[in-house]
Design a protein around this ligand. Structure first.
Ligand code: ADP
Length: 450
């Protein structure tokens, strides 16, 4: 047995997951750079006729590939650990990776013409990435580090401390010892980098602020929703108590325990009993949907998914027979055990099956199919019933919503069954959706992770 936590907790994981995601994003970008570098060096060397130090550049590309792969592996293990320190480590890692990327780009530039190479402006991409992922202060530090690397190459090549690899064929003459050129490029480079960081961090800050206020608004909505649900739970609970008491009073009277009744009295009491029964059904459904919403955890266990669906189908057979509906069930042999709250899942499937029976006219068909999708199980419940009007499809999972065509066919209905189903499936990190054509039929799909 285990427990499934509420969506609020899983949201926190998503936020922490966001930090990991940005590192994956960096890794993805680096693979693009890796491929781009190989192709550019190959193309320039073979077809453009610019003299390049190809071996150091290919070696650099291989180094880039290796270090990117190492980060990928490291991240995999870091994620597995899921410790509280992960966000902190991620922040350090982001800074570290961007600095390494800057060093890498500086080495590449040194072997391909230094300040002569127009690719020097690729440093701007790193500045934009830093501005998105890091704080403003850290981004300015990264810009300063990039400038330091650039100036080191330029000054060392100018002072002949480092050899210069001229881009013959691209520039007419070597420019690394032309003071005016070197000073001019350096000035433009420095100002461009700082301006880029200033602008990108301003935009990124604004977006982060907006994201924060949206998150806060969402938290407030959730808190208000909780207060509303707690209120509904209390009121419904009270109503249920009174209803049970009323049922307890009516039953002995209609059963004749309190003495004989005339026709009129019996009729009125039976109608009162029927209405109380319907109200009780509604109140129980409302209590259930509210309880699921409020419960922080639900108990889960391993169970046979196929057996559970078979039971649910067996339970509706007699009602289906009454309407002469054919019910067909097919279960993929690959479907075996699943982990979840068995009773809740069975109730969800039973609700959808009950709807299929309710909203399918006599002599119709209901097909239930359970398929194996590797890590998940897909259940499809298809009927040849009245269907749902297209514009009402998105609303059928809302609380109390009943489609306009359903009310004429079936007066009894709470509009809560699908809302309970949605809650249950969401709790299992699954997906539920519906496809329908009015007058032709409806198909519900449920995907649940095993
Ligand atoms: P209800 O108690 O009204 O059946 P549900 O929440 O179970 O409440 O369903 C919400 C609405 O979705 C129904 O009122 C009906 O309009 C529509 N619906 C659900 N299942 C079907 C179906 N199989 N065929 C047609 N309409 C359906």
């Amino acid at each position: 047995m285990g427990e499934l936590k509420t969506s609020r907790l899983s949201e926190r994981n998503v936020v922490e997951g966001g930090l990991v995601e940005r590192l994956y994003w960096l890794i993805k970008l680096r693979w693009i750079a890796f491929a781009g570098l190989f192709l550019t060096v190959f193309f320039v060397d073979k077809f453009v006729g610019i003299s390049l130090k190809t071996y150091p550049l290919y070696a650099a590309a291989i180094f880039l590939g290796i270090y990117n792969l190492s980060f990928r592996v490291f991240l995999y293990f870091l994620e597995k650990k899921k410790s509280a320190a992960v966000p902190k480590i991620n922040n350090f890692l982001t800074n570290f990776q961007i600095s390494l990327d800057l060093i890498f780009l500086a080495i590449l530039l040194h072997f391909s013409g230094g300040a002569e190479n127009p690719f020097i402006f690729y440093f701007i991409f790193h500045m934009i990435i830093a501005s998105i992922l890091l704080s403003r202060r850290a981004s300015f530090w990264q810009a300063t580090f990039a400038i330091f690397l650039f100036l080191s190459i330029v000054i060392f090549e100018y002072r002949k401390i480092l050899p210069h690899h001229c881009l013959k064929g691209f520039v007419g003459q070597s420019l690394h010892d032309n003071l005016l050129y070197v000073a001019g490029v350096s000035f433009v480079f420095i100002t461009t980098l700082y301006i880029a960081v200033y602008m990108a961090t301003s935009i990124s800050r604004r977006l982060k602020k907006r994201e924060k206020s949206l998150r806060e608004a969402n938290e407030l909505l959730e808190a208000n929703d909780r207060i509303k649900s707690e209120y509904v739970l209390r009121v419904t609970h009270d109503i249920k108590g009174h209803l049970s008491a009323i049922q307890g009073c009516i039953e002995p009277v209609t059963g004749g325990i309190t003495g004989p009744l005339n026709e009129k009295q019996r009729d009125l009491l039976q109608r009162a009993d029927m209405r109380t029964g319907k109200l009780m059904f509604f109140v129980k459904a409302l209590l259930e949907v509210t309880r699921i919403k409020l419960s922080r955890q639900i108990k889960v266990e391993y169970f046979s998914f196929g057996e559970m669906v078979k039971e649910a189908v067996a339970n509706i057979q007699s009602k289906a027979r009454d309407k002469n509906l054919s019910v067909k069930l097919t279960i993929d042999p690959g479907v075996d055990k699943a982990r979840g709250a068995r009773e809740y899942i069975q109730e969800t499937i039973s609700n959808i099956l009950a709807n299929a029976v309710k909203y399918t006219p006599r002599n119709g068909r209901i097909d239930v199919n359970v398929g194996d999708k590797g890590n998940s199980i897909i259940t499809r419940i298809e009927d040849t019933g009245i269907g749902i009007p297209k514009d009402e499809l998105p609303k059928v999972f809302d609380e109390f919503y009943r489609a306009s065509n359903a009310k004429g066919v079936e007066t009894d209905g709470t509009g809560l069954g699908l809302s309970i189903a949605k809650q249950v499936i969401a709790r299992h990190d699954g997906k539920i959706w519906v496809e329908s054509e009015e007058g032709r039929g409806t198909t519900f799909f449920i995907v649940l992770p095993k």
